[in-house]
Design a protein around this ligand. Structure first.
Ligand code: G3P
Ligand code: CA
Length: 252
């Protein structure tokens, strides 16, 4: 069973590929997800949000402008329009023709592979939109292989009500006064803060671990910072360089 690796102080942090293997391939494309799957990562993170016609689309920004040859805000464009776009050329012409994936495309790629899907839902999403996302995970048999995370607590509350079996993670840009209380209230198994907020906060990690809640900070690409976080006892590290972190874990 794919589980969060609560690795403890003597072990190495789980490797989480951020937006796929986004250092070597355009973020949130099938090429980036495939590279992440082959990198030895324990988790593959992607971002999902719904198009105007309610199709879950893999995209980080609120608009298409930075990472595709299209324009417009995702909630106001249709999946038909998105389907024809190029999400690779901005990164490198070697990836020209990479489409903007749907969630279903990514689910088909990760299904039956070892890594856990760390699915970040970019809020706000309506209850109906979240039901579609969860329904696709269910239909593909991926509830157990997925950890769904969000900065948006309303997303987490709604998903909890839709599918109690789906494991949840809370993303935070700063540390709450009582992170355990917040995590327990939401029923999350992971509390994933910006790594800068965690510096010198062994108290936070110890408290969350005592409550059996994992801590997987984002987004860290530098080995000197990996070392600091490993020594703090984090359970996972979200990185754009999963292959490098796999290698670093083996050597350190
Ligand atoms: O997985 C955590 C991280 O992805 C959150 O920030 O902006 O990269 O989605 P962002
Ligand atoms: Ca993300």
């Amino acid at each position: 069973e794919p589980v969060i690796r609560p690795v403890g102080p003597a072990s190495t942090p789980a490797v989480v590929a951020h937006r796929g293997y986004s250092a070597v391939a355009p973020e949130n494309t099938l090429a980036a997800v495939e590279s992440a799957l082959r990198s030895g990562a324990d988790y593959v993170e992607v971002d999902v949000a719904s198009s105007a016609d309610g199709v879950p689309i893999i995209l980080h920004d609120n608009t298409l402008d930075r990472t595709t040859d299209g324009t417009g805000a995702l909630p106001s464009v249709t999946s038909d329009y998105i389907e024809g776009l190029d999400a690779g050329t901005w990164f490198s012409t070697a990836f020209s023709g990479q489409p903007v994936p749907t969630l279903l495309d990514v689910l088909a790629l990760v299904k039956g592979r070892a890594p856990v899907l760390l699915l970040e839902v970019k809020g706000p999403e309506t209850r109906a939109e979240l039901e579609v996302i969860v329904g696709q995970l269910r239909d593909e048999g991926l509830i157990e292989q997925t950890l769904l995370q969000s900065f948006d607590v309303n997303v987490l509350r709604d998903v909890r009500a839709i599918e109690p079996e789906l494991r949840l993670g809370l993303l935070r840009s700063s540390i709450d006064a009582d992170p355990v209380a917040v995590a327990r209230d939401l029923g999350v198994v992971a509390y994933n803060p910006a790594w800068t907020a965690l510096q010198n906060r062994t108290d936070v990690i110890d408290d969350l671990h005592a409550a059996e809640i994992a801590v997987m900070p984002y987004t860290i690409d530098d080995a000197s910072q990996w070392e600091i976080l490993r020594d703090l006892g984090v359970d996972g590290i979200i990185t754009n360089r999963p292959g490098a972190l796999v290698g670093w874990n083996e050597r350190h």
